[in-house]
Every structure is written in structure tokens, then in C-alpha cells.
Design a protein around this ligand. Structure first.
Ligand SMILES: Cc1cc2nc3c(=O)[nH]c(=O)nc-3n(C[C@H](O)[C@H](O)[C@H](O)COP(=O)(O)OP(=O)(O)OC[C@H]3O[C@@H](n4cnc5c(N)ncnc54)[C@H](O)[C@@H]3O)c2cc1C
Length: 700
């Protein structure tokens, strides 16, 4: 096919948008239109030139299955262009490629996404057209950049264009009857897959029986849930296509697919999910999961397509009757006309409420762990996201007079320059505001995290569903000598938790107070330093602390004297769930010149041994055996790289982001370093670096 201009009708939907991306990567000029795409959606699909009619230089138009024969734009396009239905066009487009299709009644988007993820993690070039977006847009929905590479395609059976494909490899997940409008009988539906299997040139990966010779079919290793089947199928296909094996580490880094058990909100008490289930078997799998999670669960369900509702009415009623709390969203017609009406579903489920009755304010102070699942393949996902935004708005109101901002990006807030966003953030002006914030977090069940200068915090991609507290208002930055009668030769400072540690060290030098030189070159705030017991040369800041004022998670203020503090190397148990407000630090009268010389010496040593750039300082704590950097170096790991993240060639305990590094690359590199050091030195290194909203044991 000549690479020229193509016009896509219905270009904003999940069928056409990935095709547009693929074509654009392949060098086509892509024009398009979509009556229903919002401006935001259009802006996101920046590889499409949006125009309401076919440009004069376009002679090919592709339309989605939602565009019917009478659509005026399609009618107009048919005057001057060759027009194709999406599936037919893709069959034509990919006919000369080495092609692996993923299809079946359930799980094809998730399986395709896992497969794409495996190719990416292993660095194997792959072209693909996916059928759903990755969470956080972690990977693009399509890629057509690699000439000669294998192409993965999520093949949809709903409109019959499956009959036009003859792939090299086919993953067929299951063949539970669906789309009764197109396939009036179960046999007709199954036949479509059987025919595809027989046209597949090389290998079919499936547990269904198609009467193929044994050499032409590979089974998918057994799985007890639909999700496990998807993972298993993707691994099997990846191994077949690349001859490389899959380890669980590859899989648990999977970023997730939108609307596939996607967590829209997760507080200590409330989880809100969006799920695409629209066939009885998918609904059944979701209800099993919700039951197994042992929380109070509620389902808001949107039936999808009248023809499906009518065909499987009894099954839907039986399943929905199992929901302890149920709300119904009106039927999503999906461009079908004159089909079954959902009023009968409402009548058959008298315990069901209407979706409008699901009021966000009822979910603000949940007493026991609860899950709320918005389920369906139509508009309910948009409804769910709007619902969460309303819930967030109520939360913001609850914190007043403290101003709470939402969806705050955090990438720049960590010195690693990696990370997603926080749902909520605030900057309390003083102690009473901080106490109020903590009190409200507790009553709503929101996690909180105090972020200093982010010199020791790694921020995951995605959204932290809690409150990030910044102590950066003037109140928190105070730093002053205490004007009382100190023991001879000693001087004491009261320092606010938000005071910059380098500025404090600077001030102490100016004022001739020695004993803090060991803190030179340690970036961050006093609060961060107290929590991390920051230091060098065997001394930690808590060794210089006389007392700490801090607030616990209910908002109560405490004062703890040095003798009562519980702390160790790079940790302070006393502050584990608390927020430091201020501390009294003790030094000794000294000469500014001597302090200056001492600091210069330490600074020179740092610049000689430590790299610059986006880093969090020493990544691992030093074990008893030897400094972590020495062990990593002795294992030959300096320079080890994962994406843009590497073990610094200058200092092996520094992990550096060379530009566009991602959280998962850091985690993968950390895993590699740890396992190699363990294999060679029998020591498990423990990260010193803190994680926002997660614990290292969940990841390592
Ligand atoms: C180039 C470089 C060199 C470094 N060198 C050293 C070094 O020599 N020695 C050393 O020990 N560290 C070093 N670090 C690590 C880092 O500087 C320290 O851990 C520092 O104390 C972190 O302060 P922060 O304000 O940035 O805290 P953050 O990184 O923002 O937070 C660290 C932890 O402290 C918590 N926290 C922050 N404020 C408070 C508060 N008010 N109350 C309770 N908890 C709080 C956070 O929740 C988080 O758990 C280095 C880092 C870099 C980037």
C-alpha cells in the first residue's frame, strides 16, 4: 500500500486511535474526524489532523464499525475515496507482515497489553496495534516504527472482519458466545474462531479444540481465573515468538490496562474500581474477585448492547442478584437501534438502585473497608471518573480553611526527577493547620506523606491517593539560637522542620557554632534529616538533637527528649508515623574559620567521589560487612543500566537518572543489583531511599 494520506472516520475511539498512531509511525499522513471526541481527546491524539471532511489529497477512508451506511460523512467520503471498514483495512494493511493476533471473547486487551509489555521489558523491537490504553499511558497504544519486526494485533470478532485475517500466529483465549447480533448462534460464533485457527499459518496458542494437528497448536498453561489465563497466554506467546523465557519479575512490573480492574481511587477504607466486564462470564469473574477480597462491595452496572442483554438476560439477572448492593446505569446501546430495553432488567432486580442514588458524600467516612466497582463497557467509566472527582471535591471542602490542591505533579519534587502525581497536596501555614490536616486525614482514611526536598524519596509513576504535605511556609523555616543560659561552651538552635539543612549549616558556621560540619553537602530539610537520621562518618543528626517536637497521625503534639528517642542508622522509629515540627540541636562554640575549613575538606571529598545529576545520594544502607558501594563495585556492577537509569560509574551506591528514566526501571535495576550482590557476597542490600505510598518489600 502506498504511503500517503488516509482519512479516518470515528478516529477518536479505541478501535481507530491506535490504528491512527500505527499509520502515523509508518509514515502516513493521518486525517480524521469523530463527532464524539472531546477537545481534550483530540489534543491527546496529536498525530491526527482533525478535519470534518475528507481533504482533497486523500483517496482512502477508513471508518469504524460505529459509523453506519447512512452516516453523511461516510456517504460523502464514498464519493471520492476508496472506503474500508476498519477490520478489513487492517487485514489488508498487515497482510504482508509477520503477524500475531490476539483474540477471543474475553481478555484480549489485557493479553495483548501483557505481550507488548514483555517485548518492551526484554528490549525486543515490536510493532503493534492494541485495543485499550495502558494505565498512565505507560506505553503508546500502537507502534509501527520497526520495519521487519513482528506485528501484534488485538483482533476483534464483533463485526465479522475476523474472517479476513490469516495470521502467522494466533492466540485464541476463549470462545464463549457473544455478539448475538452478528453471530445468531453459538455454533456460528465458535466457527469464526475455528476458521481463523485453520487459516493460521504457523501456530495457534489456545486451550480450545479446533481439530488442528498437535504440532500446530500450543496449549496455554492452566489458570484458575480469567486474568491468570491472560498472563499465561501472553507469556506463552512471547516465548514462542522470541524464544526468550519470561520471569515473574517481568510480569509484576506490568502497568495495567485502563478499565480492566483499574483502581480509580484507593484510600485506607475505600477502593473504587472501573471494569470493562459486559459479558456474563466477565461479570462472574469480577464478582468472584470482589467476594474473595473480603470487603463490603457494591456494584454499579451498565448493560452493554440490547442484543447481548436480551440473549443473556437470565445469566445477567442471576449474577446481579448476587450483588449485596447494586445500582443500575442505563443501557449503553453501542449504536444498535430498536433492540431490547433495559427496563426489564430493572424490574427483574427490585433491590437495585439507580445510578443517581450512588451519592459521593455517603462514601466520605466509610466505616469498614469497602469496594465500589463501576462495571460496563459503555459510558460508565466516564461516570465513574466524574464520581471520583465529585468525591475529591467533597474532601477538599472538608479540609478548609486549609487550601488543598488536587492532581499535583510530583516529578520535580523528587531529586530523582521521576514520578507521577498526588491526588491531594497542601501547605499548612502553622502547627494548628498541620494538626487539622492530620486529624482530617485520619477521619477520612487518607494516607499522608510529608515531602521535604525529596532528596531521599523515590516517587512511583501513577497517582498517590493520599495527601502530600509540604512544610514550606515561613513558619516552618525558622532557625534561631536559643537565648538562654546554655552549659559553658555549648550553643543550642531551635530549627523548624522545613528549614533547609544546608542553610542551617551555613548559619551555624556564620554564628561560630561547631559540631554540624558533618552535615555539609547533605541536601534536604531538617524534618527529612531527622526522619532519616541523616549523617556521615558514623554520626547522625539525631546524635546532636536535644529534643524533637512532633505531631502524631491523629494531630496530637508530642515533645520527645533525646534520651527517649528511638533511632538507629538512617532511621528514626519515633517519627515513623509522625511529623517533625521542630527540633533543638546542640553544638559548641567554635571559630567560623575552622568550621569553614572542615566543611571545605568534606566538600572536596564529596565532589571527588560522588556523581552529579538526578540522584538520591546513597541508595542502599551500608551493611555490617562493608559499605554498599564497595560491595556493588566488587560485583562489577558500576555502569549497569536499565533504560535511562544506571549505577553510577563514579560511585556504585548512587543510582542516577540520565534523563527520562521511569520508576519501574529503577525498581528493576535495584532488583538486579540486589540479586547479584546476594549471589556473589551473600548479603541482601536494603534500600535507604524511601518510597512514596509504597514499601520496598512489596516490590523486591
Ligand atoms: C546528592 C545527595 C547526597 C546525599 N548525601 C547524604 C549523606 O551524606 N548522608 C545522608 O544521610 N543522606 C544523604 N542524602 C540523602 C538526603 O539528603 C537525606 O536523607 C535528607 O535528610 C533528606 O531530606 P529531605 O528534606 O529531602 O527529605 P525527603 O527526601 O523529602 O524525605 C525523606 C523522608 O523523610 C520524611 N520526612 C520529611 N520531612 C519530615 C518531617 N517533617 N517529619 C517527619 N518525616 C519527614 C519523608 O516523609 C521521607 O520518608 C543525600 C542525597 C543526595 C541527593
Amino acid at each position: 500500500m502506498q504511503r500517503s494520506c488516509i482519512y479516518l472516520l470515528g478516529a477518536g475511539g479505541m478501535g481507530m486511535a491506535p490504528l491512527a498512531q500505527y499509520l502515523s509511525d509508518q509514515g502516513y499522513t493521518v486525517f480524521g474526524w469523530d463527532d464524539f471526541a472531546s477537545d481534550e481527546r483530540k489534543a491527546k491524539l496529536s498525530f491526527i489532523q482533525w478535519t470534518a471532511s475528507v481533504p482533497p489529497n486523500c483517496d482512502v477512508c477508513v471508518y469504524s464499525s460505529a459509523i453506519d451506511q447512512k452516516n453523511p460523512r461516510r456517504v460523502a467520503a464514498e464519493q471520492g475515496c476508496t472506503c474500508y471498514q476498519r477490520g478489513a483495512f487492517i487485514a489488508h494493511l498487515l497482510k504482508d507482515q509477520r503477524l500475531c493476533v490476539v483474540c477471543g471473547s474475553h481478555g484480549k486487551s489485557t493479553t495483548t497489553a501483557y505481550l507488548i509489555h514483555l517485548f518492551q521489558r526484554h528490549g525486543v523491537p515490536v510493532n503493534y496495534i492494541a485495543g485499550a490504553e495502558f494505565q498512565m499511558d505507560y506505553y503508546p497504544v500502537a507502534c509501527g516504527k520497526y520495519p521487519g519486526a513482528i506485528t501484534l494485533f488485538e483482533l476483534d470478532e464483533s463485526d465479522g472482519t475476523i474472517d479476513l485475517f490469516s495470521p502467522d500466529v494466533a492466540v485464541i483465549l476463549n470462545t464463549d458466545w457473544d455478539h448475538p447480533r452478528h453471530y445468531p448462534t453459538e455454533a456460528a460464533y465458535k466457527q469464526a474462531f475455528a476458521s481463523l485457527a485453520s487459516r493460521t499459518k504457523e501456530q495457534v496458542i489456545s486451550n480450545e479444540s479446533f481439530g488442528l494437528p498437535a504440532s500446530k497448536q500450543t496449549a496455554i498453561p492452566s489458570a484458575s481465573t480469567l486474568l491468570e489465563l491472560d498472563v499465561s497466554a501472553a507469556s506463552q506467546a512471547f516465548q514462542y515468538l522470541t524464544q526468550q523465557s519470561v520471569v515473574h519479575l517481568d510480569l509484576d512490573m506490568f502497568p495495567g490496562v485502563r478499565r480492566r480492574q483499574e483502581v480509580l481511587l484507593k484510600t485506607q477504607k475505600l477502593t473504587v474500581l472501573s471494569d470493562y466486564a459486559h459479558h456474563p462470564n466477565e461479570l462472574k469473574a469480577l464478582l468472584q474477585k470482589l467476594t474473595a477480597d473480603k470487603v463490603q462491595w457494591t456494584v454499579a452496572f451498565e448493560p452493554h448492547r440490547g442484543s447481548r442483554l436480551q440473549c443473556f438476560f437470565k445469566e445477567f439477572v442471576a449474577l446481579l442478584n448476587q450483588c449485596p448492593r447494586l445500582y443500575l446505569h442505563p443501557l449503553y446501546e453501542a449504536f444498535e437501534v430498536n433492540t431490547y430495553c433495559d427496563a426489564s432488567l430493572q424490574a427483574a432486580l427490585p433491590h437495585a438502585g439507580r445510578i443517581q442514588d450512588l451519592i459521593p458524600s455517603d462514601w466520605l467516612e466509610v466505616q469498614q473497608p469497602a469496594a465500589l466497582a463501576f462495571v460496563g463497557a459503555g459510558k460508565i467509566d466516564t461516570y465513574a471518573r466524574h464520581w471520583v472527582e465529585q468525591w475529591m471535591h467533597l474532601v477538599v471542602e472538608r479540609f478548609k480553611p486549609v487550601e488543598v490542591r488536587t492532581h499535583i505533579p510530583l516529578k520535580q519534587a523528587s531529586r530523582m526527577h521521576i514520578g507521577g502525581e498526588t491526588l491531594f497536596a497542601c501547605e499548612p501555614k502553622d502547627l494548628s493547620e498541620l494538626q487539622w490536616v492530620l486529624h482530617q486525614c485520619q477521619s477520612i482514611g487518607l494516607d499522608f506523606f510529608v515531602l521535604g526536598h525529596g532528596a531521599n524519596v523515590l516517587i512511583p509513576d501513577g497517582c498517590y491517593d493520599g495527601m502530600v504535605i509540604f512544610l514550606n511556609q515561613p513558619y516552618w523555616k525558622q532557625c534561631a539560637l536559643i537565648d538562654d543560659a546554655p552549659p559553658k561552651g555549648s550553643r543550642r538552635y531551635r530549627v523548624g522542620a522545613g528549614c533547609s539543612l544546608p542553610l542551617f549549616v551555613e548559619q551555624a558556621e556564620r554564628e561560630g557554632v561547631g559540631g554540624f560540619e558533618f552535615l555539609d553537602g547533605i541536601p534536604g530539610t531538617l524534618g527529612g534529616a531527622l526522619n532519616m537520621n541523616a549523617g556521615t562518618q558514623g554520626i547522625g543528626i539525631l546524635d546532636r538533637v536535644e529534643q524533637i517536637d512532633w505531631v502524631d497521625s491523629s494531630g496530637q503534639l508530642h515533645t520527645t527528649q533525646h534520651s527517649e528517642l528511638t533511632y538507629a542508622y538512617r532511621s528514626c522509629e519515633t517519627l515513623r508515623n509522625g511529623v517533625a515540627v521542630s527540633a533543638i540541636l546542640t553544638g559548641s562554640v567554635d571559630s567560623p574559620d575552622r568550621i569553614h575549613q572542615q566543611r571545605l575538606l568534606l566538600r572536596e571529598r564529596r565532589s571527588e567521589h560522588q556523581p552529579n545529576g538526578y540522584t538520591l545520594g546513597c541508595f542502599f544502607k551500608n551493611p555490617m560487612l562493608a559499605p554498599a558501594g564497595q560491595l556493588i563495585d566488587a560485583c562489577g556492577l558500576k555502569g549497569l543500566q536499565m533504560g535511562s537509569i544506571c549505577v553510577s560509574p563514579k560511585h556504585a551506591n548512587f543510582i542516577v537518572n540520565r534523563g527520562e528514566g521511569r520508576f519501574m526501571d529503577v525498581v528493576q535495576l535495584v532488583r538486579m543489583v540486589r540479586s547479584q550482590v546476594y549471589n556473589q557476597k551473600q548479603v541482601w542490600l536494603e534500600p535507604e531511599v524511601q518510597l512514596l505510598g509504597k514499601e520496598w518489600h512489596e516490590l523486591l
